[in-house]
Design a protein around this ligand. Sequence first.
Ligand code: IVH
Length: 673
Amino acid sequence: MDSPRQRILDLREQLNRHNHNYYVLNAPEISDREFDMLMKELEALEKEYPDMDDPYSPTHRVGSDLAEGFEQAAHIHPMLSLANTYSIDEVDEWFGRVRSGLGGEQFDVVGEMKYDGTSISLIYEHGRLVRAVTRGDGEKGDVVTDNIRTIRSIPLQLQGSGWPDMFEIRGEILMPWKEFERLNKEREFNEEPLFANPRNAASGTLKTLDSREVARRGLDAYFYYLLGPELPANNHYDNMMAARSWGFKVSEIMTLLHSLEEVDSFINRWAEERRELPVATDGLVFKVNSLRQQLNLGFTAKSPRWAIAYKFPAERACTKLRYVSFEVGRMGIITPVANLKPVLLSGTVVKRASLHNEDIVRQLDIHEGDMLYVEKGGEIIPKITGVDENGRQPGAKPIEFVSHCPACGSRLIRVEGEASWQCPNKFGCPPQIAGRVEHFVGRKMMNIDGIGEETAQQLFATGLVKNIADLYDLTRDQLLTLDGFGPRSAERVLDGLEASKQMPFDRVIYALSIPFVGDTVAKKVAKAFPDIDRLMAASAAELAAVKDIGPRIAESIVEYFANPLNRSIVERLRQAGLQMSLPEESDEGRSDRLAGKTIVISGVFQHHSRDEYKEMIERAGGKNASSISKKTDFVLAGDNMGPSKREKANSLGVPLMSEDEFLALMGEAEPTE
Ligand code: IVH
């Protein structure tokens, strides 16, 4: 039997291999379950043998929430862009320029996909990933190593052999379509702003400070450029094949092309077939293969002469308007939607497109049965960009905005200064009520495990839940009558409801669906009025006196609590046991030891979490700042403090204080675990 220490090493090796099989080769050899079992075993052993800890262990891919802002680093070689072309003719012209640039010499070209994500530069030393930097301004970018480490298709430790001691590899970080759709669906449900396309989603995710969130988002990466003083081959293609053998994901599409004819047929083939790919692409890239020839051709100020991008045309379709529907949201806002004759656009069928509000319908001057232009461009959400007036039928009437709610028949109102029409029937209009139930259970609100969009709709449709307070009267037997519900799912909902009673007061305020009260406003309101009775008694003037709360929001809150139906819902929620006040602040640990001091926290700590240190500083009257400046009194420096922060502190003469020194200062001389 192996020693546990040997077993740790074996498990790491196995898990790295399986990660590579799964994420890079797309060819797993074991089931997810078996993988999880190996991972669990490794986690347990590493816990037992903390001296064997290694930041390169596959268990460290889950991420941490330590990052705080990003440091910047200069690129070794500036990250340039590519010259764009939009037609085969232009690519052919580039080919001609290369030929004459090389004095008529024979040359090969590598054809590649142009992946539409966000570019990254990775530095490897002695086979290990040491730094990941975003493109930034091309000269310097953000150091996002912690986030990059969570991407499972990026090797932390290289495989095979022959890699140079030090090299840089560049590639594109992407969010696969599937993952993008899942994320946006989740964000829609949680009322977070949607990402317009996978590119924004990928770059937004890379800039997320919490790498655990990054780990959850399923990013992927393709690599297309190897740089360094000693590369394995004298041509781009072989270098990329070597990179593949070290564990990098290098696209299978990458092809060596020997003539202009082959370049052209590559374009024709992939302009179509790219639609089948799991990730977004916006064109193709052609690169001269020989590194010697690349060197001869050189660079312009902005881009290499040895490479060119061919961009796919933006896709536009023209289709017939069937009818305009008017949809009612949680707050009663009416949104006009164009229902179209289905049309294929950038690989998906488009049937509907939002027209946003009455003003937009007017501006576009849409008439019944019009032929409409739909575009997707880089955006995934289809947009109506215009009307083909030649396609208008004689006598077609302009689209009229409805005057009554399509769901409940109430007369609509338009609030002064707003673009949207609203249904005022808050308590009788079905989609509004169902929408509020959905909002209430959402992740950023009461986070009721077991009730998703579908169940929320079902609860409303069956009449079991007519308002949010009814949720807490649900019984097991009632839940069992729902379609697709068994004892397990019923139990899960009941547990979720029970757990939601611990959600803090500000979440409860947010979950109520008070117009204009989002999560940030809810937090501010809760802080200023820390219990519901005080909040319900507050006047508009008192509310508006709170920082960042304008008269609009203040009035909306007063109006909400003035309504007896809302008051009775709040009362029932209170009876059910929800948190209706913020916990009293205790005086424990309060002092003025750090009064007037500005402190920056950096690095990793042994005895308390960063958040705990932050709180300690605030309780002692100090201020926690995120970046070092002349105003910083000292840096609370843990392990692994970034070199650039250290340098900055030195150059400004800001002293560093160790964790133990700080605890001693705070009167916690001998820290206990
Ligand atoms: S090569 C010096 N190859 O496109 C040449 N770039 O417009 C460096 N991109 O910043 C780039 N796919 O983010 C190269 N196969 C590919 C690419 C690619 C996507 C992106 C990359 C770059 C931008 C240039």
